[in-house]
Design a protein around this ligand. Structure first.
Ligand code: ADE
Length: 235
């Protein structure tokens, strides 16, 4: 997958893209990321990318011309699915991550200040929010989405990790995990996990995932209609 990110703070991406699984995805050739400095597309000598709002009021608004010009430049090389990061967008979730993982090229436009000139939206395919809170800019949301999408691409995670992923793909929280020691200060690992009986273990994990979701995120249960291994839930 090829990802273009348009931002006025390109250095914000360095450490995240150069660490852990994202770094590995780049090294394996599964992911290619290009950061574009929006200031390079400003049309005045001060490289201005924002301006005061018409009608008055506090804060600055991201200008339309630099963004349109930058998108034109990016798409001269590679057309892509254009995403605007904004708290007013569609709420990001695993289903949207899955949808984006099917695209070949993604283009993220990160904003700052009070928001974008409304006409920026004419150049965008989808507005996305990562949650009902306001951040200082779209860079962290863009990285969050790249992370969630990348781990769904074939070959990015090892086999073990991708299998683990399946349970949340069913719309439920993950079941509890344990590793050695089997007894930590009297707190024991559930017996079934030591039994070696894979059928029983799968059943226990299904039940625990369901119990945990009911307890912590009952809203997810309304959406989930299927538990892994063919056990169906009636919402
Ligand atoms: N920019 C500022 N806040 C945001 C949010 N919650 N989601 C996406 N982009 C944002």
């Amino acid at each position: 997958m090829h990802v273009d990110i348009i931002s006025i703070f390109p250095s914000m991406f360095d450490s995240v893209l150069n660490s852990s699984i994202l770094k590995r995805a780049v090294e394996k050739g599964k992911l290619e990321v290009k950061i574009h400095n929006l200031r390079d597309f400003a049309e005045d000598k001060h490289n201005t990318t924002d301006d005061a709002p018409y009608g008055g009021g506090a804060g600055m608004v991201m200008k339309v011309e630099p963004i349109a010009k930058c998108l034109r430049n990016v798409e001269k090389k590679k057309k892509g699915f254009k995403i605007l990061l904004t708290p007013a967008g569609k709420k990001f979730d695993q289903a949207l991550a899955k949808k984006l993982a099917k695209k070949k090229n993604l283009i993220f436009v990160c904003g700052h200040y009070e928001g974008f000139d409304e006409r920026v939206k004419d150049y965008i395919d989808e507005e996305i929010s990562i949650g009902d809170y306001v951040l200082t800019g779209g860079e962290i949301p863009a990285l969050l989405i790249v992370d969630a999408v990348m781990r769904l691409l074939p070959g990015v995670l090892g086999n073990e990790e991708s299998a683990k992923n399946e349970s949340f793909m069913d719309g439920l929280l993950d079941y509890p995990h344990y590793t050695r020691p089997a007894d930590y200060k009297g707190k024991k690992v559930p017996e079934v996990l030591l039994s070696g009986n894979h059928e029983k273990i799968a059943k226990w994990r299904s039940e625990e995932a369901l119990k945990l979701t009911k307890e912590k995120r009952p809203d997810l249960l309304a959406k989930a209609n299927k538990l892994s291994k063919g056990v169906y839930i009636c919402p």
